[in-house]
Write a protein that binds this ligand. Structure first.
Ligand code: ACO
Length: 397
């Protein structure tokens, strides 16, 4: 409690907690970061490790949102329902295409999803009665599926726009990870199907990124959701939050930083510059993890598999040298600064052939399931508007 904690004029107690470092804002049944020091993650009743080993992303998406793994029939139904929601209205295609190819993904995503929502005003239910969503889980589930389908498609459309390739409509029978590759036109010219190894790795990556409890972007979405906004609007809020350089935007900056450092030989000087606060090491540090992020091992495994027959991204040697030197350096050790999962995930995506401009969007494609699991959980409880307090710092009149 800070020195301004007690507001004598309202006789209320205010907790001053900048950045919510010690404040829980919700109870949740979805994801548990068991211990930021030991570093393990649990989705519902399963460890992340067992889900990565034995399941695909559709299972995990269903598990996060509806609380249990789907039966084979439920999985097929889920796939079909998502795919039927994923066919884009023409105005969404036109909206994405009308922007310059250099436009950052999150602005295109917000434009595309907003256009999608605008094509069907019924997607934003009219407030009548006591609660908008509570007790109307069919409407909630419909909104969840619609938003996942639309998000996948808009992300595929953005990649097609960036690369100047034609968009392929979704295949209603294809699993989610396959379908996004089909929509992006990333298929084998002979079989007409995506490479099974790429699909397998994308499934693993998406499971790793599917949820991470109360991240900054999930919290942004829940803040908007607390006012009972519709799910597409909540995902837009999350995408905007994710773009910040201290959050998902760090990936882009990490890439620029590696390019500037250039080669392994320049890493010691770069480390010195970080210690002298000349710049921040993007892709390093985490609010929760004070040890190596438990997701990193899955990402390193995927990288090893990809590098069996492909050249590593040239930035990786710089990144590895930074990691080697930082792990021996007191500045980083005393602050528990470790490489974060987003950085390694970035190298996995780039080794799969994706360009840096779409990588955070591909991570978000998975996270939309987590974000909507939280939205659904929030809508299943009586509404509580999030409205933080502030401490006024001038003299009061
Ligand atoms: N490079 C250099 N020093 C750092 C870094 C970094 N990446 N991260 C933290 N520090 C230092 C701070 O300067 C501070 O040092 P001090 O005690 O001498 O003042 C100390 O470590 C503690 O840092 P905080 O900023 O208080 O730690 P916090 O938990 O608030 O920050 C954050 C977490 C924002 C992720 C931070 O580590 C950071 O900015 N990292 C770089 C950006 C990044 O990669 N973000 C992605 C995170 S993962 C995600 O959100 C998708």
């Amino acid at each position: 409690i800070g020195k301004n904690a007690i507001d004598r004029h309202t006789n209320g107690l205010k907790i001053m907690d900048p950045g919510f470092q010690n404040t829980a804002v919700a109870e949740s049944d979805i994801t548990y970061i068991r211990d930021g020091v030991k570093g393990t993650i649990q989705y519902r009743d399963y460890s992340l490790d067992e889900l990565v080993e034995g399941h695909d992303f559709e299972d995990v998406s269903h598990l996060l949102i509806w609380g249990r793994l789907p039966s084979p029939q439920e999985k097929l139904d889920y796939r079909l329902k998502l795919a039927t929601k994923a066919d884009p209205p023409q105005c969404v295609i036109d909206t994405i295409k009308c922007f310059p190819r250099e436009t950052p993904y999150h602005l295109l995503l917000v434009a595309g999803l907003s256009a999608w929502g605008a094509t069907d005003p019924t997607s934003i239910p009219i407030y009548m009665g006591k609660e908008l969503y509570l007790g109307k889980m069919d409407a909630v589930d419909e909104g969840v599926r619609r938003t996942i389908g639309a998000s996948m498609t808009v992300i595929a459309l953005i990649n097609c726009h960036y690369r100047g390739v034609a968009f392929t409509p979704p295949d209603a029978t294809a699993p989610m990870a396959e379908n996004i590759l089909i929509m992006m036109g990333i298929i084998d010219p002979i079989t007409g199907q995506p490479d099974p190894k790429m699909v397998r790795i994308l499934n693993a990556l998406w499971i790793v990124y599917a949820d991470h409890e109360m991240t900054n972007s999930t919290a942004a979405s829940m803040l908007v959701g607390s006012g009972l906004a519709d799910p597409m609007t909540c995902v837009n809020a999350a995408a905007c939050a994710l773009s910040g350089p201290l959050h998902g935007g760090a990936i882009d900056l990490a890439y620029k930083m590696f390019a500037r450092i250039g080669s392994k030989e320049n890493v010691p000087q770069a480390i010195q510059d970080v210690k002298e606060s000349k710049f921040r090491l993007f892709g390093y540090g985490h609010r929760i993890y004070k040890t190596v992020d438990p997701r990193v091992k899955h990402l390193k495994k995927a990288l090893e598999e990809l590098w069996e027959n492909a050249d590593a991204d040239p930035h990786v040697s710089v990144a590895m040298e930074i990691e080697r030197l930082a792990s021996q350096d007191d500045y980083f050790r005393s602050r528990n600064l470790n490489v974060n999962a987003d950085l390694y995930g970035c190298f996995v995506f780039s080794s799969m052939g994706f360009q840096p401009d779409i990588i955070t969007a591909l991570m978000l494609a998975a996270r939309v399931s987590g974000i909507l699991a939280h939205w659904r959980e929030q809508m299943g409880k009586p509404a509580t508007l999030w409205r933080p307090l502030q401490i006024f710092t001038r003299a009061k009149l």
